[in-house]
Design a protein around this ligand. Structure first.
Ligand SMILES: NC(=O)c1ccc[n+]([C@@H]2O[C@H](COP(=O)([O-])OP(=O)(O)OC[C@H]3O[C@@H](n4cnc5c(N)ncnc54)[C@H](OP(=O)(O)O)[C@@H]3O)[C@@H](O)[C@H]2O)c1
Length: 382
């Protein structure tokens, strides 16, 4: 089969198509004929070996696929040779997982191996695609949809009417976060995105105001969004805003966020950029406000001190989807909720396009250059 295999870590050029054997599903696993492999920004970290979880070479990237069940792994007990608690849990999970039949249309979460014509997935992390939902839409709701759902519900504990900031609001996760914000209870929704087109997209997705990730547009007093003129006191948000006693991290973005919230600090920030965006957003939080760190696109880590948290009654929360992988209870119901919201027309997954498998390098280049919007996929048939 054709697969994009890494034999070294590095730039997009290391993504090369190779001819590999079709993998064999074990007990509790399924062989899936892949129609679409999901691309995620995290894949670019994995390609550089800068991801939280490390992988040995050679490796086929790709943490999610849509496709058709080709074959079900052999029945029986999964290898329990190491009679560890982990093996017991795997055994339990296999028993609890509904059976799948060849020919069923599914999406699946994988640790690796998705950029290929065939992929092996644990049945416990495989889900049927509802009738009427395209493979692209289903895939857009898997990693990115589940991330968006849990960011609001599990990590931010969003309360009715709270003001929220969604950074990277036109991306895969961001576009879903923006659409889900008000249906999940948010009050004022402030988006950031890196270009005028992406900010226009964020407004279309339901944000009340959209500003640049460095806050430069509001710091300059420029109006933004339908009622963006109200965002800054006197149209000059940056100059007049009191960002509290937030220490050295107050900057243009801090002031712009507070200005965009009518001069008030914000309740919730969802951040995948890290670096100055994280630090300046933390400084814009109201007492009892929460910032959820779920990505590090800038690749810049920021330290936080206990003193600055207690002084302002602020919380920093982390989120990594990996911790849900063995929790089918935290996957199945949220996914069903996302599909139901899409069916009701409340949620429109934004599809950024399908690249041929052979163009995986170009897809990564576009992701890293911030040129894309919505969900990107690879098409193994091309
Ligand atoms: N924690 C988890 O389990 C989890 C799960 C899924 C995704 N994520 C993370 O969520 C983020 C979004 O993922 P995605 O798959 O939705 O990606 P995506 O569609 O490519 O969106 C990435 C966004 O990040 C911004 N961005 C890109 N490069 C950047 C840079 N160097 N500095 C600052 N911002 C940059 C861009 O927004 P603008 O240019 O408009 O600012 C872009 O919209 C990534 O950081 C990813 O690692 C985390």
């Amino acid at each position: 089969m054709r697969a994009v295999q890494l034999t070294e870590f590095g730039g997009p050029e290391v993504l090369q198509v190779a001819d590999l054997p079709v993998p064999e599903p074990g007990t509790g696993e399924l062989l899936i004929r892949v129609s679409r492999a999901g691309l995620n920004f995290g894949d670019t970290h994995q390609r550089r070996n800068q991801y939280i979880a490390k992988h040995a070479l050679p490796v086929v990237l790709g943490g999610e696929v849509a496709g058709v069940v080709e074959r079900v792994g052999p029945p029986g007990e999964r290898s329990l040779s190491d009679s560890s608690v982990r093996a017991m849990k795997i055994h339990q999970r296999v028993a609890d997982t509904p059976g799948f039949e060849p020919g069923e249309r599914v999406i699946a979460l994988l640790r690796m191996g998705g950029y290929a014509e065939y992929a092996v997935a644990p049945a416990a992390r495989t889900f049927r695609i509802p009738v009427g939902v395209s493979d692209d839409d289903a895939l857009a709701l898997l990693i990115q949809g589940l991330t968006a759902w849990h960011l609001w519900r599990t990590s931010a504990h969003l309360a009715e009417g709270e003001s929220v900031v969604v950074h990277s609001a036109a991306g895969g996760v961001g576009s879903l976060l923006t659409q889900l914000a008000k249906p999940m209870g948010a009050g004022r929704v402030i988006a950031t995105a890196g270009s005028p087109e992406r900010r226009a997209e964020a407004l279309e997705l339901g944000a009340d105001v959209a500003i640049a990730p460095d806050g430069a547009d509001l710091a300059d007093g420029g109006p933004n969004g339908e009622d963006g003129g109200e965002a800054g006191p006197g149209g000059d948000g940056a100059a007049d805003v009191d960002a509290g006693s937030s220490g050295g991290n107050v900057g243009g973005l801090t002031r712009a966020l507070i200005a965009a919230n009518g001069g008030n600090p914000v309740d919730v920030v969802l951040d995948a950029a890290g670096g100055a965006v994280f630090a300046q957003s933390l400084a814009a939080l109201a007492p009892f406000g929460r910032i959820v760190a779920y990505g590090n696109s800038t690749r810049e880590k920021m330290p936080v001190t206990n003193g600055e948290l207690l002084k302002e009654s602020r919380a920093v929360v982390g989120f990594w989807l990996m911790h849900l992988l063995d929790r089918r209870d935290m996957l199945e119901q949220p996914l069903a909720d996302l599909f139901a919201r899409a069916a009701r027309g409340e949620l429109h997954p934004r599809i950024g396009g399908a690249y041929p498998l052979a163009d995986a390098a170009r897809a990564h280049e576009d992701l890293e250059a911030r040129r894309t919007t919505g969900k990107l996929t690879l098409d193994p048939a091309r």
